[in-house]
Design a protein around this ligand. Structure first.
Ligand SMILES: [Zn+2]
Length: 228
């Protein structure tokens, strides 16, 4: 049951997350990863404490603006995560789930409210996506991949973040299980697929459309729109 998470957001990404300087959609992926990853739960707490300590030090130096620093300190310690992902968190139910292809999957609390408002599933071959209505203009969706299915080879015009919520994904670089966060930059090309006997549910955040490399471009064009 317990899967050891192997792929984490980088330290800089976690720091920006704690500071609240990430876009809401990227913060959502990080927040959902943290829900699934005890290691990053601890790390983000440590970063929060470090940042509070730095602010407290500055406050000693700038005693005159004591009210201001207290407000900042309160802000950091009370709101360790970005506002977009965190302001809704306290009111969320403990568990949330989505159903696709006749199967029900548990999803992290960070996604619960959005998943309630998900658009309908669009199916194409063994793949299905459901857009999540976030405020940012990035593209956040749940991505379901049936067992034994390959996503066509593609590169990324922007950042692609994929968080595995259930099952496993394999690509040229390794195998990813529940909680693993894949971050692909415009330089990366990959062909993710599922195992022969297990389907997979992911959270996908795209900052720009995918570009498919192989095969008949005209055939793949609908797929590109489908993912974007
Ligand atoms: Zn982690």
């Amino acid at each position: 049951m317990t899967h050891a998470v192997k792929f984490h957001p980088g330290l800089m990404l976690l720091e920006q997350y704690v500071e609240g300087s990430l876009s809401a959609d990227v913060a959502l992926a990080v927040s959902a990863h943290i829900d699934l990853c005890p290691h990053c739960q601890q790390l983000s707490k440590d970063i929060t404490n470090d940042q509070a300590a730095v602010l407290a030090e500055q406050a000693v130096i700038e005693r005159d603006s004591s009210q201001e620093w207290q407000q900042m300190l309160d802000f950091i310690t009370n709101q360790p995560r970005s506002a977009g992902a965190d302001s809704q968190r306290s009111a969320l139910p403990q568990l949330a789930s989505v159903t696709v292809n006749g199967k029900t999957f548990e999803i992290p609390r960070a996604l619960a409210r959005l998943a309630e408002k998900q658009n309908k599933w669009l199916h194409l071959g063994g793949i299905a996506t459901a857009k999540l209505p976030t405020a940012d203009k990035q593209h956040v969706s749940l991505l379901y991949i049936d067992k034994g299915t390959e996503v066509p080879n593609h590169t990324h015009l922007g950042l692609e973040m994929t968080l595995v919520l259930a099952g496993k994904i394999v690509d040229e670089n390794g195998e990813y299980g529940v909680g693993d966060l894949l971050i692909n930059s415009p330089d990366d090309t990959h062909t993710p697929r599922t195992l022969a006997d297990e389907d997979c549910l992911c959270l996908s955040v795209l900052s720009a459309p995918l570009k498919f490399n192989k095969g008949l471009t005209r055939l793949l064009n609908p797929l590109q729109q489908f993912f974007y």
